[in-house]
Design a protein around this ligand. Structure first.
Ligand code: PGA
Length: 251
C-alpha cells in the first residue's frame, strides 16, 4: 500500500509574516483534524528557516521549491542542497514546469539537481508533464518518457526510493483546467510502467506519483481515488489554510 502525499507549492507567495500566519493556521487546524496522508509545504527560501522552527513537533514536513546543483561556490543568488537541509527541510521540488519554461531548465540540468539533492539527503519531488501543444500533437507519452529517462539517468533503484514523481500537465497548472481523472490516471499508469521498465516491478509499485495542476477541494477526491494517483502537488489552493486542509482531508 502506497501512502498518499499532499504537497503545497507556495511558489513566489508569502513574505515572512504571511508565511508565519499560514503555517500557524495549518499547524493549529490540522491538530484537530483526522487525515490519512503525509503533508509537505514548500514555502519560498526566505521563509524556510522560520518554517523549520514553527514546524518542530508538527507532522507537517518542509520542502524547498528549487535548488542549485553545485555544493557551494561563486553562484551569486543561488541556494545549495545543504543550505536547504539546514533549515529543517527534507524535500525539494525539482523540474517544476515553471523552472523548465521560464528559467529554461533542461532535463540534463534537472538530472544533476536530482543527484545533488539525493547526495545531500534531500528527497526530490521530481516534476514532469507535457505542454498543451505536446498533448495536442499526441506526443504526451514521448515527452514523459524523455523526461523520466533523462531526469533519472544514473539514479539507482535504492536512490529512487527517496524520489516522489509529480505528474503536472503544463496546461493544467494555474489555469483552472484540470486533467480529467481518466486523463490523469492514464498518464500516471504510463509513468509507473516506465519505472517498471527502467527499474523493477517492485520499484514501480512503491513509487509515489502525485498529480498537480489546478487541484482544488472540489476535484481532489476524485483524482486521488484513481489507482495510480498517490497524492497531489497543489499550487493556488495551498495558499489558504481552509482549501489546503480540505484537499488533505480528501486524500
Ligand atoms: P496549481 O499549481 O495548483 O495552481 O495549478 C500546481 C503546481 O504548479 O504545482
Amino acid at each position: 500500500m502506497r501512502r498518499k502525499v499532499i504537497a503545497g507549492n507556495w511558489k513566489m507567495n508569502n513574505d515572512l509574516t504571511g508565511s508565519k500566519d499560514l503555517i500557524n493556521k495549518l499547524v493549529q487546524e490540522l491538530k484537530n483534524e483526522k487525515y490519512n496522508c503525509e503533508v509537505i509545504i514548500c514555502p519560498p527560501f526566505t521563509s524556510l528557516a522560520e518554517a523549520g522552527n514553527l514546524l518542530k513537533g508538527s507532522s507537517i514536513m518542509l520542502g524547498a521549491q528549487n535548488m542549485h546543483e553545485e555544493e557551494s561556490g561563486a553562484f551569486t543568488g543561488e541556494i545549495s542542497a545543504s543550505m536547504i537541509k539546514s533549515t529543517g527541510s527534507r524535500y525539494v521540488i525539482l523540474g517544476h514546469s515553471e523552472r523548465r519554461t521560464i528559467f529554461k531548465e533542461s532535463d540534463q540540468l534537472i538530472n544533476k539537481k536530482l543527484k545533488a539533492a539525493l547526495k545531500n539527503g534531500l528527497k526530490p519531488i521530481f516534476c514532469i508533464g507535457e505542454t498543451l501543444e505536446e498533448r495536442e500533437k499526441n506526443i504526451t507519452n514521448n515527452v514523459l518518457k524523455r523526461q523520466v529517462t533523462v531526469g533519472l539517468e544514473g539514479i539507482s533503484e535504492t536512490e529512487l526510493k527517496d524520489i516522489i514523481i509529480a505528474y503536472e500537465p503544463v496546461w493544467a497548472i494555474g489555469t483552472g483546467r484540470t486533467a480529467t481523472p481518466a486523463q490523469a490516471e492514464d498518464a500516471h499508469n504510463f509513468i509507473r510502467n516506465l519505472i517498471k521498465e527502467k527499474y523493477s516491478k517492485n520499484a514501480a509499485e512503491n513509487i509515489i506519483i502525485q498529480y498537480g495542476g489546478s487541484v482544488k477541494p472540489d476535484n481532489s477526491g476524485e483524482l486521488l481515488s484513481q489507482p495510480d494517483i498517490d497524492g497531489a502537488l497543489v499550487g493556488g489552493a495551498c495558499l489558504k489554510a481552509d482549501s489546503f486542509i480540505a484537499i488533505i482531508k480528501s486524500a
